[in-house]
Design a protein around this ligand. Structure first.
Ligand code: SF4
Length: 308
C-alpha cells in the first residue's frame, strides 16, 4: 500500500502548497500495482514500460512480465525471443532489449540495481526521468521526477514554458525533503487526472492557489505547449516505419525471413522502393540488437544464431 506521512499538518517545514499536494495523496492515489512494491527491478520495469505505454495497458502486462522475469538474473538469462514474446503489442520493443541489457549489466556488477543517480544513468535505456523515478519509488530517496505530466504542471504553475534544466531545477526546489515517494506519486496523479492536456480540472486542484496560469484565467497559449518533457502528439502510426518495424519483428518471431520475403514481411510489398525501405527497416532492427542475420543471410531474432 502507498506509504503516507500521518503528521503532515504538524510538519512546519512544509509550505501550504506542499501540504495540500501531499494531503491529496493521503486522500487517495490511483491503485496501481507498481505502487505496492519497492523492489527496484519491479519499479524499473514499470518505469520502462510506462515510457511509451498507457497506464491502463501496462497494468496487467507489468504483472505478467514480472511473473516470467521476476529478477534481473531471470531476465539476463532468458533468450531475447522470450522477452519479445512477453513484450508483444506494447510497442517500441527496443525497450525490452534495453531491459535485458540492463539486467545483464546489473548481474555483471553483483546483481544489485544501483541507488545513485550517476550509476543508474549508465544503464541502457535509463534516462534522467527513469533514473530519478527508481530513486524515488524504489529507494524513497529525495529525487524529483519530470515526465510529461509533471512537465505540464510545472509550466502551468510557472505560467510560461520551461527549458529542460529549468524544469528540473524547479521540480528539485519544489520537492519536500523526506516525502519523495508520496510527493511524486501525488503529482503524477494530479497531472493525469486534473492537469490534463485539454480542459484541466482546476477547481479543487492542490496547486490552484499558486498556479500562475490558472490565476491569470488560463490565457492562450497554454504554457505547457512546447515546455520541457511535455510530449507532443505522436506521428501517425499507419504507414510509418514504426509500423513496418513491428510487422517485420512479428514475422521473424514466427520464423526466419529470407531476403526475397523481406518487403512482404514488413508489409511494404507493392510500394515504391519497397525492398530498399524494407532493408532500412531490417537494418534499424539489427542496429537495435533485436534482429541478426544467420549464416544463410536470413533474418532471425538476435542471439539465436549458433556461435561458431
Ligand atoms: S490549477 Fe489547473 S492548470 Fe494549474 S496545476 Fe492545477 S490543474 Fe493544472
Amino acid at each position: 500500500m502507498p506509504r503516507m506521512d500521518a503528521n503532515l499538518s504538524a510538519d512546519t517545514r512544509l509550505t501550504g502548497e506542499q501540504r495540500r499536494v501531499l494531503l491529496s495523496a493521503e486522500s487517495g492515489l490511483r491503485d496501481l500495482p507498481w505502487r505496492q512494491t519497492r523492489d527496484p527491478w519491479a519499479v524499473l520495469v514499470a518505469e520502462i514500460m510506462l515510457q511509451q505505454t498507457q497506464v491502463a495497458r501496462a497494468e496487467h502486462r507489468w504483472v505478467a512480465f514480472l511473473k516470467r522475469f521476476p529478477t534481473t538474473a531471470a531476465c539476463a538469462e532468458a533468450p531475447l525471443s522470450e522477452l519479445l514474446e512477453e513484450w508483444a503489442g506494447l510497442g517500441y520493443p527496443r525497450r525490452a532489449r534495453n531491459l535485458q541489457l540492463t539486467a545483464i549489466q546489473v548481474e555483471s556488477n553483483g546483481g544489485v540495481i544501483p541507488n545513485r543517480l550517476e550509476d543508474l544513468l549508465t544503464l541502457p535505456g535509463v534516462g534522467p526521468y527513469t533514473a530519478r523515478a527508481v530513486l524515488a519509488f524504489a529507494f524513497e530517496q529525495d529525487a524529483a521526477i519530470v515526465d510529461t505530466n509533471l512537465g505540464r504542471i510545472l509550466a502551468r504553475r510557472a505560467g510560461r514554458p520551461l527549458g529542460r534544466a529549468e524544469a528540473q531545477a524547479q521540480a528539485d526546489a519544489w520537492l519536500p525533503s523526506g516525502q519523495s515517494w508520496a510527493w511524486n506519486q501525488a503529482l503524477l496523479d494530479i497531472g493525469a487526472l486534473r492537469c490534463r492536456p485539454q480542459a484541466p480540472v482546476c477547481t479543487g486542484c492542490p496547486v490552484r492557489r499558486t498556479c500562475a496560469w490558472a490565476r491569470a484565467s488560463w490565457p492562450a497559449p497554454d504554457p505547457a505547449a512546447g515546455s520541457a518533457a511535455v510530449s507532443t502528439r505522436q506521428a501517425k502510426f499507419e504507414g510509418s516505419a514504426r509500423q513496418a518495424r513491428g510487422r517485420l519483428l512479428r514475422a521473424v518471431q514466427q520464423g526466419t525471413v529470407a531476403p526475397l520475403g523481406l518487403s512482404a514481411a514488413a508489409g511494404l510489398e507493392g510500394q515504391a522502393d519497397a525492398q530498399a525501405r524494407a532493408r532500412a527497416v531490417a537494418d534499424s532492427l539489427v542496429n537495435d540488437g533485436l534482429l541478426e542475420l544467420d549464416g544463410a543471410g536470413n533474418w532471425v531474432i538476435a542471439g539465436t544464431t549458433p556461435k561458431p
